[in-house]
Design a protein around this ligand. Structure first.
Ligand SMILES: O=P(O)(O)OC[C@H]1O[C@H](OP(=O)(O)O)[C@H](O)[C@@H]1O
Length: 317
């Protein structure tokens, strides 16, 4: 069956695993697009062969990274919409589902951005962690509303995605101060909002985001700086409604300690968790395309959105 998988799927899966494609929303978008290419190019001769092919492709994409729930949510969206009696009907339904999913994702990010922008005042300084397209959508809308925004950007070790944020903000003419992660507490005194994204939001309102978010949130709370999480509902983790926890991805040690440096230090254990969990009490608002929510109340919206969720995933059948 493996040979029927389109190169667009294996390439997307490799790029997601290697973080050439990264960021929860971007990963979801790329995975959906790859499923669309699989459907388009499929040479399956029977409906069952077609279904198997799409499920196999979805499984390959699913196995890349475990934490951002936007990925399984995207795959589920497309696979649940797969219907028809013939290969061509099935193909059309998958392609249509992909187009619809990607359109909704763009709309959600745009709507969320407008809602998040309403929280920002003219002249505010934000502090960012990592690179989040949902968070940047809030800044973009605030700028479009004519507000002046400045940014303190944490570089975000070990992969320094803060540089991507800094570049985007500079392209929008936003004044940027880049700091090392360890300087964050000092600069919170100059910050009006901490603004971050999310890879997953749990049913209790916990925010799973790039490692370092929880420490930043605790420090911000101590300093009285509000913490705003920009996360479209695609980031809601349905499994957490039924007692599952969100798996935290452990990445390669070499991201922290390259081999040559390791040789100098000697035999040490290196741990490289990519994400951490910020408890709801440190978060002021979760901004979604459906409005802003205190973290403790997201479960109500999750029930509405995932009411029919059950643990068996469509790509496992
Ligand atoms: O969906 P958007 O808002 O773009 O990004 C959400 C989150 O995804 C990223 O993870 P990684 O860099 O892929 O490990 C960051 O943790 C970021 O906050």
């Amino acid at each position: 069956m493996e040979r029927d998988i389109h190169p667009a799927v294996t390439d997307a899966a490799d790029d997601i695993a290697e973080m050439e494609i990264r960021g929860a929303a971007t990963i979801a978008d790329a995975a959906a697009a790859a499923l669309g290419e699989q459907a388009e190019a499929s040479e399956a001769e029977t409906p069952e062969a077609f279904r198997t092919e799409i499920r196999t492709a979805a499984r390959e994409l699913h196995e890349t990274r475990p934490t951002a729930v936007s990925l399984p949510n995207a795959l589920r969206y497309v696979l649940r919409g797969m219907r028809g009696e013939t290969v061509s009907e099935l193909r059309a339904s998958v392609i249509e589902g992909v187009v619809e999913f990607r359109r909704e994702l763009d709309h959600a990010q745009d709507n969320l951005g407008q809602i998040g922008a309403n929280r920002l005042r003219d002249g505010d300084t934000i502090m960012t962690h990592c690179h989040s397209t949902d968070a940047l959508s809030c800044v973009r809308h605030a700028l479009e509303d004519g507000k002046e925004i400045s940014a303190i950007v944490k570089e975000t070790r070990p992969r320094k995605q803060g540089h991507i944020t800094a570049k985007q903000l500079r392209d929008w003419d936003v004044p940027v101060t880049l700091i090392v992660d360890n300087a964050a507490r000092r600069y919170l005194d100059d910050t009006d909002h901490v603004l971050v994204g999310a890879d997953s939001i749990a049913a209790d309102g916990s925010v799973i985001n790039k490692v370092g978010t929880s420490g930043l949130a605790v420090n911000a709370r101590e300093r009285g700086v509000p913490i705003m999480v920009a996360a479209q509902t695609l980031k809601f983790h349905p499994g957490t409604m039924t007692g599952h926890t969100v798996e935290i991805e452990m990445r390669d040690e070499a991201e922290i300690l390259p081999d040559d440096e390791r040789e100098e230090i000697g035999d040490v254990t290196v741990e490289n968790p990519a994400f951490d969990v910020t408890p709801p009490r440190y978060v002021d608002a979760i901004v979604t395309e459906r409005g802003q929510f205190p973290p403790e109340s997201v479960v109500t919206l999750m029930r509405e959105l995932f009411g029919d969720y059950h643990a068996s995933e469509p790509w496992e059948r």
